[in-house]
Design a binder for this molecule. Structure first.
Ligand code: AGP
Length: 520
């Protein structure tokens, strides 16, 4: 609180030190180092100096608008003035904000799941729109402070979906939802229940840029693998925070795909906007319905994973992979590329196959015991297996706080193998027939240097497999290449989960991490 103004802020005011120096010159004192206090003080300063207004309401709204024009960065604000403690003023730029509407009162939150216990009705604000929120009334204004009418949305998620429903952690609950949500992605596609797939005409595009962050970027690597190997479309995967500042070689025949569970990730959103400014067609693969990326993409395909509460994504990632599989099948159909319909047959049983992976709890617990007291862990694999390693490694490090790295198995001897010492856990993934022997040679190289080796492969290799190089072996069901990452990564999620549990970590809310990264 500063003077007349109290506020809550989600985002970052990038030019806060500039504004702070200005306010200090004007005699304002500060109690903290935060940009939020500067935002609060600046709105208060503008408010106190605001002349030329019809009434108190106009003065408050105008001071918020004027201050926001001077802020650089991102914000969602809830603002209360001292003399009207029952009124919340609100506005946003680049940070998410929902205004929940109910008969018992109205409120603001940064995520739909936070309001579902009270209401399913909500309003979304655009940049330079302002809300005055009272117990029984919500008024929305445009940038000229004229009253406007906004659409009232109805959330499709239920409050029960946002509860643990008997599971010890949200992460475990969400892992266990994968059989049904993956089946749902495929049935929506194969039973033609989602018209958005047909809006993407792959015959028009000569190349694809997939842009995302974190696990969504790892799912995109699987997408790249499938697009290149099956639909013959050259595809690059770009980290959103890099993409937004690099030279974009976009042509009218480039399709840009932005992948985001939350639909609010700041870098991914910026990449979307830059791509659109460059006249590219943008396809969004998004989970959160009505989120900013979903709204701003030219075409949006929802992954329908339902609310994901645990910071570490699980069903968010696997539904993105399944959505890529559907897109690639569609691209093949459109380009008349022959395929053997394995996926179409497989999807009928996919829920049971994933469930059989989840049910190997004791095996994950055993692996977790061998990892939980280690400081460094390596994941190795080749080709698409390496892409899965990246997600397995991220999952493990983010929730168990054990340092881990994913390496292309053939790259180890170019440096990293020097880190392997007695007992260092090395998790090797080998699911690809063409690369199996190569990965086995690489795991043997680490074993020879004292590594504790965990070998993850599929049942099709049971006959050729020799026991001599692995301390622990995990056999998982054999599926088509379209579903392999879903199967393997589900197991890696559970290994990470059991390891973090043994270490007593705060699994759903790992330190230093936020569920959606709405700042740059
Ligand atoms: C993964 O477990 C992380 N929480 C993180 O890497 C996440 O996938 C990334 O921040 C992207 O989020 P998004 O899918 O909501 O855009």
């Amino acid at each position: 609180m500063v003077g007349n103004v109290t506020l809550v802020h989600n985002g970052i005011i990038e030019n806060y030190s500039e504004l702070k120096s200005y306010l200090i010159q004007k005699g304002v004192n500060f109690n903290s180092q935060t940009d939020t206090e500067v935002a609060c003080a600046y709105i208060n300063y503008v408010y106190e100096n605001m002349k030329d207004f019809k009434d108190e309401d106009e003065r408050k709204l105008k001071s918020i608008l004027k201050a926001c024009l001077d802020f650089r960065g991102s914000y969602a604000f809830g603002i209360i003035f001292k003399d009207t403690p029952d009124v919340i003023y609100s506005t946003r730029k680049d940070s998410p904000l929902v205004i929940g509407l109910s008969d018992e009162g109205n409120f603001i939150a940064s995520d739909i799941s936070a309001i579902l216990d009270y209401t399913k009705k909500y309003i979304l604000l655009n940049y330079m729109e302002f809300a005055k929120i009272e117990k029984d009334n919500v008024t929305i204004y445009d940038k000229n402070l004229e009253i406007i009418t906004k659409k009232i949305n109805e959330a499709t998620w239920s409050a029960t979906e946002c509860k643990k429903n008997g599971y010890e952690h949200f992460m475990l609950k969400e892992i266990n939802e994968q059989p049904s949500v993956i089946k749902n992605v495929y049935s929506r596609f194969f039973e033609n229940k989602d018209e958005n797939y047909s809006k993407v005409d792959f015959s028009k595009y000569t190349n694809i840029h997939i842009v995302a962050c974190g696990s969504a970027m790892h799912a995109s690597l699987i997408g790249k693998y499938l697009f290149e190997n099956y639909a013959n479309i050259p595809t690059t995967v770009e980290i959103a925070s890099e993409y937004r500042y690099k030279k974009l070689l976009l042509t009218p025949s480039t399709l840009v795909i932005i992948v985001s569970q939350s639909g609010e990730t700041a870098d991914s959103l910026a990449a979307l906007r830059i791509s659109k400014e460059n006249k590219a067609t943008v396809l969004g693969i998004v989970n959160a319905v009505g989120s900013t990326i979903a709204r701003e993409a030219d075409i949006t395909i929802y992954t329908h994973a339902g609310p994901e509460i645990a910071v570490a994504t699980t069903k968010g990632y696997t539904t993105q992979v399944a959505t890529f599989a559907c897109l690639v099948i569609n691209a093949m159909k459109q380009k008349n590329i022959k395929y053997d319909f394995t996926l179409e047959n497989e999807y009928n049983n996919i829920d049971k196959i994933i469930q059989s992976v989840i049910d190997k709890t004791n095996e994950y617990k055993d692996i977790a015991k061998s990892l939980s007291n280690r400081n460094d862990i390596f994941f190795i694999g080749r080709g698409n297996d390496y892409n899965m390693c990246m997600e397995g490694s991220l999952k493990l490090k983010e929730i168990s706080y054990i340092h881990s790295e994913a390496y292309p198995a053939g790259e180890l001897k170019h440096g990293t193998i020097s880190l392997i010492e007695e007992g260092t856990p090395v998790i090797a993934i080998a699911t690809d027939k063409e690369l199996y022997e190569k990965t086995v040679s690489n795991i043997k190289e680490t074993k020879a240097r004292g590594a504790f080796t965990i070998f993850i492969t599929t049942e099709e290799f049971k006959d050729t497999y020799t026991k001599d190089f692995a301390d622990i072996t995990l056999f998982l069901p054999t599926t088509s290449l379209f579903n392999e990452a879903i199967i393997i990564v589900t197991a890696l999620q559970l290994i990470a989960y059991e390891t973090a549990k043994l270490r007593g970590c705060d699994i759903d809310k790992p330190k230093n991490l936020a569920k959606s990264v709405t700042v740059e």
